[in-house]
Design a protein around this ligand. Structure first.
Ligand code: ADP
Ligand code: MG
Length: 398
């Protein structure tokens, strides 16, 4: 962690800290349906408060597109956060009008928290308007970024403010950056990447970047069907992208040229429809019935993937290997996830996973807790997997 300052490197006692957190929690009718991000944000907040800082806390919520939309107010988050902190007072600044944020920040004392209203109520946030960035920076002495999931956004609170104040990564950001570094930049080899999910088209950049860096690429999920098509295999009614066959062939050639070993399905679980009640069977990939679709990798493929993983020291995973939302089509994902979990627990493996559906699939497999690191960031994790420098991380570099 030489290129970033962390909370260890800055003296925040008696200072006002602008903490950019990710409090973008799912809501239904203004009720929070999953408070995980608030629980996580409370960790950094507690450390800053215990260390004698006054905290100006900021986040976006949903997509209000530069206007004050009541359903996207952060007010419910303030109450939840107060509960997380054991009833500490969180002052909520109701809106951006006049000098409300400025007045509240001026009155803020060490040990106190001010939660600003949704940053995206102001058009200057997403536009990275220098005037809005300056307004935010003027509220504090130090900038701390704990929102890795927003690091791919070139917004005022992500890249504008750290250009104006001394900046550091918060603990969540630090953990995420360290985990990612251990996975791709300085991993212990052999490294296996597991890529699944819907489509090649949305993960092309990921595949191209991984091929150049990992020793083994294990491909499952619907995306594997396009690779099978490229091999001249008839996939029946399976989800596939025939227009991406040339791309798949190019990826196979590039992998071969880079000494990256590919593992593709040799068998799949098929059914006539995508439903939990569907009759299913495992068949060899060259015997997929015309009127059926492949909805999971088969047991032979799962065993082959597990054999590769057993030889590896590092695993990076994005994308479920089947339609895991509909058991039994979670079997392949579960089998591989549990092996990765077991080997991580025993110390044989470092395992990093990310992606919204991947996370849900690993939780469902009861494997997520044993992974070395599971990223809560969907888009930012995928952009990082593509090898892109994220603007929010570049802005923190010293
Ligand atoms: P993530 O959100 O982790 O990046 P994706 O969104 O790329 O993952 O892919 C997840 C989706 O892919 C899931 O909804 C899953 O049902 C679907 N999927 C995986 N394999 C198949 C398959 N064989 N047929 C249909 N859908 C599949
Ligand atoms: Mg998804």
């Amino acid at each position: 962690m030489t290129e970033f300052k962390s909370l260890d490197d800055i003296d925040f006692a008696g200072k006002r800290v602008f903490l950019r957190a990710d409090l973008n929690v799912p809501m239904n009718n203004r009720a929070i349906t999953d408070a995980a991000r608030i629980t996580e944000a409370a960790v950094a907040l507690r450390e800053l408060l215990d260390g004698g800082a006054a905290v100006v806390l900021a986040s976006h919520l949903g997509r209000p597109k530069g206007k004050a939309v009541p359903e996207f107010s952060l007010r419910p988050v303030a109450a939840q956060l107060a509960g997380e902190l054991g009833g500490a007072a969180i002052e909520f600044v109701d809106g951006w009008g006049g000098s409300r944020p400025e007045d509240a920040a001026a009155a803020l004392q060490p040990g106190e928290v001010l939660l600003l209203e949704n940053l995206r109520f102001e058009p200057g946030e997403e536009a990275n308007d220098p005037a809005f960035a300056a307004r935010l920076a003027a509220l504090a002495d130090i900038y701390v970024d704990d929102a890795f999931s927003c690091a791919h956004r070139a917004h005022a609170s992500i890249i504008g403010v750290p250009g104006l104040l001394p900046a550091a990564a918060g603990r969540l950001m630090q953990k995420e950056l360290e985990a990612l570094k251990a996975a791709l930049e300085e991993p212990e080899h052999p490294v296996a990447a597991i890529v699944g999910g819907n489509k090649i088209s949305t993960k092309l950049g990921v595949l191209e970047n991984l091929i150049a860096k990992v020793d083994h690429l294990l491909i499952g999920g619907a995306m594997a069907h396009t690779f099978l098509l490229a091999d001249g295999i008839d996939v029946g009614r399976s989800l596939a992208e025939p227009e991406m066959v040339d791309t798949a062939r190019r990826i196979i050639d590039a992998a071969n040229g880079n000494g990256c070993r590919l593992t593709l399905p040799t068998d799949v679980r098929v059914a006539a429809e995508l439903a939990e009640t569907a009759d299913s069977k495992a068949v060899s990939v060259d015997a997929i019935p015309d009127r059926m679709m492949a909805l999971d990798i088969g047991p032979k493929t799962a065993a082959a993937m597990n054999a590769v993983i057993t030889q590896c020291r590092t695993v990076i995973w994005n994308g479920p290997l089947g339609a895991f939302e509909f058991p039994p089509f979670d079997s392949g994902t579960n089998s591989v996830a549990r092996l990765v979990a077991e080997r991580t627990r025993s110390g044989a493996l470092k395992s990093i996973a990310g992606g919204g559906d991947t996370m849900a699939a690993l939780v469902q497999a009861r494997a997520a807790a044993d992974f070395s690191y599971v990223s809560l960031a969907g888009g930012a994790f995928l952009e990082w997997l593509q090898g892109r420098e994220l603007p929010g991380i570049a802005a923190l570099k010293t």
